[in-house]
Write a protein that binds this ligand. Structure first.
Ligand code: SF4
Ligand code: ZN
Ligand code: ZN
Length: 345
């Protein structure tokens, strides 16, 4: 049998089969795909920037490495303004200083402009329980929408090892198999989603704090006034206790999370990805989570997006009114829609 030729360059002899894609490729092409998997020259990369230590260190390190190793990346700061008076307004001032310090363009997208609701308004309706559910769902979608407006290929976020270990624990405790599978991957990309990655997946929070301290980076260190979910709080305390007893606990939990495999029968029961009928964002149901939560808020039944009972109650009130406020239709990223509206430096 003649030797196979490389599936990528169709010239050289294939030397290996990539486990991930099954492609037979040559040595040179292997080096190239392996080295450029995370970033390639000319990539437009948005750094999810909150002004906190993790994303500030991330912005600094991305800029430093980009210059030191000539990655050739175009870097942007992308901030989401949740509308939390006394917290996000101050931290955004930090991001604006980072914009100057690192000479990076900055885009700020607010919940108010996207959803018509600030977190302050949401908390005044839903109280201090479940507020982080709204905030988390809205932030995820806002980041994708902001990235799409910037026409970027890739979003990087400052999640550190402690955050990921915490999420692994929470997903185990909730039995959320789909999320457990996803939460430990460094990089995720669906078919029409923007690539997301967490370069600090293995960096301990302690090291990030030390790096920021020694480098004298300008970051904002106040906690959100609507402190995180009690549930995440418990996972955090538990993790800190474990770490005190055995510092490798954090990395061990991440490794365990990575080692879980989902059985084929379970995979088969998972919902397929589609797009939201109302706003075009990806969703596993007719309506995406953000549209469901927004409808609940708009109709004064915030529980509708949280509990099944709430949802049934909303449905029993009849269909959504014609004039219901909705989220603007999502334009998946394409070179053509890079309408860039940046904050003036
Ligand atoms: Fe949002 Fe909750 Fe985080 Fe505050 S603690 S920013 S409400 S997710
Ligand atoms: Zn080749
Ligand atoms: Zn939607």
């Amino acid at each position: 049998m003649p030797p196979r030729t490389c599936a990528l360059c169709s010239t050289n002899r294939a030397m290996l089969k990539r486990p991930k894609t099954g492609q037979q490729i040559c040595r040179e092409c292997f080096f190239y795909v392996f080295e450029t998997e995370l970033f390639k020259p000319g990539d437009r990369v948005a750094i999810g920037a909150s002004g906190g230590k993790d994303s500030t260190v991330l912005a600094y390190v991305m800029k430093t490495l980009n210059e030191r190793y000539n990655y050739g990346l175009e870097l942007f700061l992308l901030s989401i303004d949740e509308g939390i008076t006394g917290y996000r307004d101050d931290s955004l001032e930090t991001v604006k200083r980072n914009q100057q310090q690192y000479s990076m363009p900055l885009k700020i997208l607010s919940y108010d402009e996207l959803y018509g609701w600030t977190m302050d308004a949401i908390v005044s309706q839903v109280g201090r329980k479940n507020n982080c559910t709204f905030c988390g769902v809205f932030r995820r979608q806002a980041l994708d929408r902001g990235a799409s407006m910037l026409g970027v290929d890739h979003i990087v976020t400052g999640h550190n090892a402690d955050d990921i270990a915490e999420t692994v624990l929470m997903n185990i405790m909730r039995g959320d198999i789909a999320r457990l599978g996803r939460c430990t991957s460094i990089c995720t990309q669906g078919e029409d989603t923007i690539k997301r990655s967490k370069p600090f997946k293995y960096a301990y929070e302690k090291e990030i704090v030390m790096y920021a301290y020694f480098k004298k980076l300008d970051y904002f260190s106040t906690e959100c006034i609507y402190s995180p979910d009690a549930y995440r709080g418990h996972a955090r305390v538990f993790l800190k206790d474990l770490e005190a007893a055995r510092p490798s606990a954090i990395i061990d939990i991440i490794h365990s999370g990575e080692a879980f495999e989902i059985r084929e029968e379970v995979k088969a029961t998972q919902k397929v990805q589609q797009t939201c009928k109302r706003c075009g964002y990806m969703s596993s149901n007719d309506l995406c989570k953000a549209c469901t939560l927004l409808e609940g808020l708009e109709r004064g039944m915030a529980q509708a997006g949280i509990t099944d009972r709430g949802r049934k109650k909303l449905e029993s009130e009849g269909p959504a009114p014609e004039n219901l406020r909705t989220i603007p239709f999502y334009q998946p990223p394409s070179a053509g829609n890079a309408a860039i509206l940046l904050e003036a430096p």
